[in-house]
Design a protein around this ligand. Structure first.
Ligand SMILES: [Zn+2]
Length: 138
C-alpha cells in the first residue's frame, strides 16, 4: 500500500469515527461517561468496564457480549491514557457492530490483540479510540 493511500485510509477512518460519534447525539467534546451512556442507550443494555490483568503479549482489551449486558475488560497495567483509548476501541466495535447480537445463552467474545492491527476492523477501532481521546474533555 502506498503512503498516499495509507493517509487516505486514515482520513476516511477518522471521518467515519467522527460521524458515528455525532450520530450518538454527542457534543463536539464529551466525557467518557457521556459516551458510555450514549452507547448503552443505543444498545439498550448496560456496559460494565473492568480493569483486569492481561498477559503482556495481549490481548489488551476484550469485549464480552453477555446475554443481557456487555463487558469490556481493559489491561490494568496499561497507562491511564492508553486504557481510555482501549475502552474507546472496544466501544468502536460495539458501534460498528463488529460482532452482531450475542447468541441466546452463549456469550460471544471479541479479543483485541496488537497482532490483529493489520486487520481492517482492528485498525478502524484503533482510530475510533484515538478520535475518542481527541474529543474527550474532563
Ligand atoms: Zn479490537
Amino acid at each position: 500500500m502506498s503512503r498516499y493511500s495509507d493517509d487516505a485510509l486514515v482520513l476516511t477512518l477518522v471521518r467515519e469515527a467522527g460521524a458515528v460519534l455525532d450520530g450518538l447525539g454527542l457534543a463536539g467534546t464529551f466525557t467518557l461517561a457521556e459516551l458510555h451512556t450514549g452507547i448503552e442507550r443505543r444498545r439498550g443494555r448496560p456496559i460494565e468496564i473492568r480493569h483486569h490483568p492481561m498477559p503482556p503479549e495481549g490481548p489488551h482489551g476484550l469485549w464480552v457480549m453477555g446475554e443481557t449486558a456487555d463487558y469490556v475488560f481493559v489491561d490494568e497495567s496499561a497507562p491511564p491514557l492508553r486504557r481510555t483509548q482501549i475502552i474507546g476501541h472496544e466501544f468502536g466495535h460495539m458501534l460498528f457492530d463488529d460482532r452482531g447480537d450475542p447468541l441466546p445463552g452463549e456469550p460471544a467474545l471479541h479479543a483485541c490483540a496488537r497482532s490483529g492491527y493489520d486487520e481492517m476492523i482492528e485498525q478502524r477501532c484503533e482510530w475510533f479510540g484515538t478520535v475518542v481521546l481527541q474529543r474527550l474533555r474532563d
